[in-house]
Write a protein that binds this ligand. Structure first.
Ligand code: ITT
Length: 194
């Protein structure tokens, strides 16, 4: 399939920014999905939900579509919110507040957590052209810090930077993040196709 033009199957501006930054060096036209786009994410895994979004966008646009399904797994919460990270509360601020409260009330004292990302590139016919995955380990802290990124970034602390994910710039985040890692593998495959 021709990979000269692909569509991003996401309405999350934070994701779009991070993905565009990595794909800008490739000879591929990357477009955003227009209008209302909210396919029902009723899959049981990140991979299933990424496929649902990618296939829907590919059908709508007749282009190969790249979707990202991601989330935060917190050990003190037995892996929640996981695939429900977006639905956990209504705004980033509320999601962070609820998370910090739940972690502080948990009987488990560990602070470890990880972001996971699953990317799927699907064709308009529904074929998975390629999929990739990435993980980023960190700790949940109770005081939000930093204004970059999105989602849970202000309370996700990364030892190697002695900073939260929201204190990293775009390139730093892409180097170590779940999304950046999944993208790296995806980019290598895309390069082999163009
Ligand atoms: P699309 O489905 O349109 O892509 P979404 O935000 O609903 O957008 P997901 O269903 O994949 O995407 O939910 C992922 C949620 O996990 C996201 O809304 C954040 O709350 C969180 N998340 C994922 N990646 C993150 C990151 O890099 N930094 C902080 N939070 C992240």
């Amino acid at each position: 399939m021709d990979m000269k033009k692909i569509v991003l199957a996401t309405k999350n501006k934070g994701k779009v920014k991070e993905i565009q930054q990595v794909l800008k060096d490739l000879n591929i036209e990357v477009i955003e999905i227009e209008g209302e786009f909210s396919p029902e994410e009723n899959g049981a895994t990140f991979n299933e939900n990424a496929y649902i979004k990618a296939y829907e966008a590919a059908k709508l646009t007749s282009l190969p579509a790249l979707a990202d399904d991601s989330g935060l797994e917190v050990d003190a919460l037995d892996g929640r919110p996981g695939i429900h990270s977006s639905r956990y509360a209504n705004t980033d601020k509320e999601r962070i507040e609820k998370l910090v409260k739940e972690v502080s009330e948990s009987s488990k004292k560990e602070k470890s957590a990880r972001f996971k990302c699953e990317m799927v590139l699907a064709s308009p016919a529904g074929k998975t052209l390629y999929s990739s995955t990435g993980t980023c380990e960190g700790e949940i802290i109770d005081k939000p810090s930093g204004t970059n990124g999105f989602g849970y970034d202000p309370v996700f602390y990364i030892k190697e930077f002695n900073a939260t994910m929201a204190e990293l710039n775009l390139d730093q985040k892409n180097k170590i993040s779940h999304r950046g890692k999944a993208l790296k593998t995806m980019v290598n495959w895309l390069k082999s196709q163009i």
